[in-house]
Design a protein around this ligand. Structure first.
Ligand SMILES: *Cc1c(COP(=O)(O)O)cnc(C)c1O
Length: 419
């Protein structure tokens, strides 16, 4: 199957076996783990040809699989990147040692002193810090848009950014964490085209697709340039690894891959193997988790001690967000927030009574995780910033896992009695 083109197969099918050819592994159905830092050459000329193919893209070995040194590439990366590209429907993909390594690599590849970027808010804390605290030390500027479905607001952010310097990246995390705020990807692509016609450089649209994952939202098919996924979350799926992937056009991905050679933030052979294995089941895992989440969200919404539930499946008909959701998302995901009546004391009483759900940050694992947003994931924000993001002292983020939904609801029910 690795030799056939992915065309004609659905992403769920490609996730199971595409990317690895058993011929390469002495017939083993599953890919071996190549635990090696370096690769041997049969002759001096072959060594030279391998280097020529890698660095210049010329010579007799172009298009063949050859390796030099594991930081530059290794078989585990080849397998995983092929599979990830096929699942995302992209020409190519590149894997990094964490989701933030992927984000940082995109930033360093494309943003130069004087350039600007725009991003939504709320956005993953690490990405916020990257563009607002770290990249400005190298002379770049960041502007935030607060509603990714509001054309005028996004345009205003783009204008403000362009007034500071050439706009290089339009960054969208959708749905955003933890409020499930939606960003209209068609709008982002349109604005990138318009800005591109006014600058000498079209900005790239970069989507963080972590929250819904590769099956429930297909950014590459919507025309975005780079689709980033924290493979740590749903794709890894078992809370036992860190990894990041970026999919997109060949030349953009090859640029990141060459830079990764120097930055040294590639994904190691063992973790590549773990992610390959996890990708086989991500479609069924997320289906089950999303069904569970709907059950839990529905239960919470009707509970007298719950002030509100921020769940994509409850977006009101007739709103711009709902229209974008219907166009862009195939499912509502399994990470959402709910807000208790009361504040920290009530929230802590409930959390300390839970018997099944685990209190931890992160999301997308097989087990259900819960955390109190204001005192954990959004601890570093000011109360005003939290309020802007819709986070109260009674807000809890829930990443619903694969347990039986009735057990999850029963656990919440007994814990809510403590409130
Ligand atoms: C977790 C996460 C990241 C970062 O991934 P790491 O593997 O932890 O570096 C980026 N974006 C989103 C939306 C995330 O949830």
């Amino acid at each position: 199957m690795a030799d056939k083109t992915p065309e004609g197969f659905r992403p769920e099918t490609l996730a199971v076996a595409y990317g690895y050819d058993p011929q390469m592994g002495m017939g083993s159905v599953k890919p071996p783990i190549f635990m090696t830092s370096t690769f041997v050459y049969p002759s001096a000329q072959h060594a030279k040809d391998v280097h020529e193919a890698y660095f210049d893209g010329t010579g007799p070995l172009v298009g063949e699989t050859n390796h030099i040194y594991a930081r530059l590439g290794h078989p585990g990366l080849d397998f995983l990147e092929k599979r990830l590209a096929a699942i995302d429907g992209a020409e190519d993909a590149v894997a990094f040692c964490s989701g933030m390594a992927a984000h940082t690599s995109i930033a360093l590849a494309h943003v130069r002193p004087g350039d600007s970027v725009i991003h939504g808010r709320p956005i993953y804390g690490g990405v916020d810090m990257l563009y607002n605290s770290i990249m400005p030390q190298f002379g770049s500027h960041a502007m935030a848009y607060l509603d990714g479905c509001d054309e005028a607001g996004v345009r205003a952010a783009a204008e403000a950014a362009m007034a500071k310097g050439p706009l290089k990246l339009i960054i969208a995390e959708t749905p955003a964490n933890p409020t499930a705020a939606i960003v209209d990807l068609d709008l982002m692509v349109r604005i990138a085209d318009e800005v591109g016609a006014r600058q000498d450089h079209r900005p790239l649209v970069v989507v963080d697709n972590t929250l819904l994952g590769p099956f429930a939202q297909r950014p590459i098919e919507q025309g975005v340039d780079l689709c980033m996924t924290a493979l740590t979350k749903y794709c890894g799926g078992h809370s036992d690894l860190l990894a990041g992937g970026v999919s997109g056009r060949k030349e953009l991905i090859q640029q990141l891959r060459m830079l990764r050679t120097t930055w040294g933030n590639h994904l190691d052979p063992y973790t590549c193997w773990l992610v390959m294995r996890s990708l086989e089941s991500v479609a069924v895992r997320t289906e089950r988790a999303m069904a569970n989440a709907r059950g839990v969200a529905t239960y919470l919404q009707g509970h007298p001690k719950v002030a509100g539930v921020t769940y994509l499946g409850f977006l009101e008909a007739g709103t711009p967000q709902r229209a974008v959701y219907d166009r862009q998302c195939k499912a509502a995901g399994s990470t959402f927030s709910f807000h208790l009546h009361g504040g920290e004391a009530e929230a802590f009483r409930m959390l300390d009574r839970l018997r099944l759900m685990k209190m931890a940050v992160s999301l997308g694992g097989s087990e259900t995780l819960i955390c109190h947003s204001a005192s954990t994931t959004h601890y570093a924000l000011t109360p005003e910033q939290r309020q802007q993001g819709g986070i109260t002292d009674g807000t809890m983020r829930l990443s619903v896992g694969l347990e039986h939904v009735d057990d999850l609801i029963a656990d919440l029910a007994q814990a809510l009695e403590a409130v």
